[in-house]
Design a protein around this ligand. Structure first.
Ligand code: ZN
Length: 209
């Protein structure tokens, strides 16, 4: 930065520090810092570095144990964007703590990644693929009628619903505790709903299904 706190141009930067880099990388770094400044509400008045940065202050504060760091990490109470989107889409409140705890418990890495993508809404449905120009059709590949949204392909599609009905019959008949299990959208998508308490085995069955 220059003395007044403004960013140097690429040429000024190169001249001063003699670092071999390209303009795009430099601008990328500057943009990243600018958006960080905006996000954290920092103000920059000059190019002097703080004699002790916030993180070091915490580390040198003398407290022992990991609690201190843990508290810093869990401070961010903002819900991920996907949560709001799901709640609007499904018009219901979802216990996200339970959803994310269930994801943490998944051991198989591919299944875990799959469930993360589902909850974060980053699965490549036909809608997403059409947006990227890979697919032309945004409708569901199974029924060909409805929009290929995540909630559609995993629960609402008539073809998929038949599969869940069959699975529910199997669970109701074969499992002693499964007699009253009534699958619904929330259980299929997030692994739980407020109506019943599942165990790890049940969670795995739903995930695999
Ligand atoms: Zn469909």
């Amino acid at each position: 930065m220059k003395e007044n706190g403004a960013f140097m141009t690429f040429n000024q930067f190169k001249e001063k520090y003699e670092i071999n880099t390209d303009c795009i990388t430099y601008i990328g770094c500057v943009q990243a810092i600018k958006s960080y400044i905006l996000k954290t509400g920092l103000t920059i008045d000059n190019n002097m570095s703080n004699h002790m940065i916030k993180t070091l202050k915490v580390i040198y504060s003398g407290q022992k144990g990991a609690r201190l760091y843990y508290e810093v990490l869990i401070q961010d109470a903002n819900k991920p964007k996907c949560c709001e989107k799901w709640e609007t889409k499904l018009n219901t409140d979802i216990n996200w703590n339970t959803s994310f705890k269930k994801i943490q418990k998944i051991r198989e890495i591919k299944l875990k990644w799959f469930q993360i993508r589902l909850v974060q809404r980053i699965l490549a449905t036909n809608v997403v693929l059409a947006h990227m120009g890979v697919e032309k059709d945004v409708t569901c590949s199974f029924c060909g009628k409805e929009r290929d949204a995540i909630e559609h392909i995993f629960w609402r599609c008539e073809h998929v619903k038949r599969f869940w009905e069959q699975l529910q019959t199997v669970v109701n008949n074969a499992c002693a505790n499964g007699l009253f299990v009534n699958l619904n959208e929330s259980i299929i998508l997030f692994g739980h709903d407020c109506s019943f308490k599942s165990d790890d085995t049940f969670d795995l069955i739903i995930l695999l299904a």
